[in-house]
Structure formats: structure tokens, C-alpha cells
Design a protein around this ligand. Structure first.
Ligand SMILES: [Cu+2]
Length: 232
């Protein structure tokens, strides 16, 4: 069963599987807890038995259930920790091969995208910045694409739901994350941190396209940019 938006990143499926694993453990714990809570209420209805006794839970007979519950929950935690290790490492470790890099800056209320310009380096004079509502960030397909995530004013959260990447952007810090997209298309970039009155308007797009189409787009973007810069 897949209730999530389509996954288009190399690590997305592993993250989805983790969701189900955590849900099975947390769901089972929830159902058992609710049962333990509600069953005595119905069973020991006042019309059927005498008044309830006050129990401190310190006696051996009762305390053993505290220990059993503690052991089961701790074991579940370790199983989840063990299962998530591989996915977490894959997600957290930046690949050695970096094919493209951009700066993505959250501000009230838009995502601004910085392309490295013709010299291929970010943070130089020829960087191209696009800071317009609903704008698109173009990236190549099947490449390791890096994002330097920043925030200009308050906390934002860079969320590309189709890739399963969600990362807080914190003023004063640069956090680098990566995605390798497996399918061409136009996907939503939203902000997953309530960041002010127009938070819901922070909707931009990421356009994943073949290397050929991407090169054509970048060429025209840089030409357009140098023409504008030359005209000033
Ligand atoms: Cu925001």
C-alpha cells in the first residue's frame, strides 16, 4: 500500500519503509495502551463490583508489569534504531561525487535560488539569484544535486515532498543536503515551518530535467542574466 506522494529520489523508498516500521511499533503500543486503560473501566463497572482499591504499584506482582513494558519498549526502540541506521547514514552522508550545487535561501515569504554562474562556483560575483514568488529551480536528472540551505530571517523548512527531503533552515547556519532525482518532472517545494502570516504562500518548484534540457536552460538563464547585468 502506498499512501504517499510519488517518490522520485534514490533514498525516498527507504524513508517510506521506515515510516511503516515506526507505525507498526508505535501503533501496536498505542492499541495495547488504550486496551489496558479502557478494559478495566468496562469490566469493573460500578454496578458489578465493589469499590476499586488504591494500588501504589510497588509490590512485586504489579511492578513486574512496569519492567516488562519497559523492556518491550526499549527493545522496540533498538529494533527501530538498528533498522534506520542504513537509511540515516545514506541520507546524512554527502556523496563524494557532487554534480551540481545551489544555495536555497528561505525568507519571509519565498524561496530564493542561487545558481553558481559561469565560473561554476557559488559565492562569486557572477552568481545568478532568482527570488520571485512561485519560481522554479532547475536541476539535472540522476545527478547528485547539493543544496546549501539557509534562512534570511526566521526558521523555515525546505520540503520537497516527492524526494522525502525535509530540512529546517536556520538563520546564521548553512546546512548542506542532497537529492538524486530518479524521474523528470516539476515538483513542489514548500515550507514546513510556520514562518509568519504568508507562510502558506511559500510555494516554489523544482524542475528535474535531462542533462541536455538542463544545459539549454542554464545557458539561456546565464545569457539573460549577463544581458540584464550588462544593461545596468
Ligand atoms: Cu517559511
Amino acid at each position: 500500500m502506498n499512501i504517499f506522494p510519488e517518490n522520485v529520489s534514490t533514498y525516498g523508498q527507504d524513508i517510506d519503509q521506515l515510516f511503516w516500521l515506526v507505525l507498526v511499533f508505535a501503533g501496536t503500543a498505542f492499541v495495547i495502551s488504550v486496551f489496558i486503560l479502557l478494559y478495566p473501566l468496562f469490566k469493573n463497572h460500578h454496578s458489578r463490583i465493589q469499590r476499586a482499591k488504591y494500588i501504589t504499584g510497588e509490590g512485586k506482582a504489579h511492578f513486574k508489569w512496569v519492567i516488562i513494558a519497559l523492556c518491550v519498549l526499549t527493545m522496540s526502540d533498538f529494533i527501530i534504531l538498528f533498522a534506520e541506521h542504513h537509511t540515516w547514514e545514506e541520507f546524512e552522508t554527502l556523496p563524494q561525487q557532487k554534480d551540481a550545487e545551489y544555495i536555497v535561501t528561505g525568507r519571509q515569504w519565498n524561496w530564493a535560488f542561487t545558481y553558481p554562474g559561469l565560473d561554476g562556483n557559488l559565492g562569486t560575483a557572477d552568481d545568478v539569484v532568482i527570488d520571485e514568488p512561485n519560481s522554479e529551480l532547475h536541476v539535472p536528472l540522476s545527478k547528485n544535486v547539493f543544496f546549501q540551505l539557509k534562512a534570511k530571517d526566521v526558521l523555515h523548512s525546505f520540503f520537497v515532498v516527492n524526494s522525502r527531503l525535509k530540512q529546517d533552515c536556520i538563520p546564521g547556519r548553512t546546512i548542506t543536503r542532497w537529492i538524486n532525482f530518479t524521474k523528470e518532472g516539476k515538483y513542489d517545494i514548500s515550507c514546513a515551518e510556520i514562518c509568519g502570516i504568508a507562510h502558506s504562500q511559500m510555494r516554489n518548484f523544482i524542475v528535474v530535467e535531462s542533462q541536455e534540457k538542463y544545459n539549454t536552460y542554464i545557458d539561456s538563464l546565464y545569457k539573460q542574466h549577463s544581458a540584464t547585468a550588462g544593461g545596468n
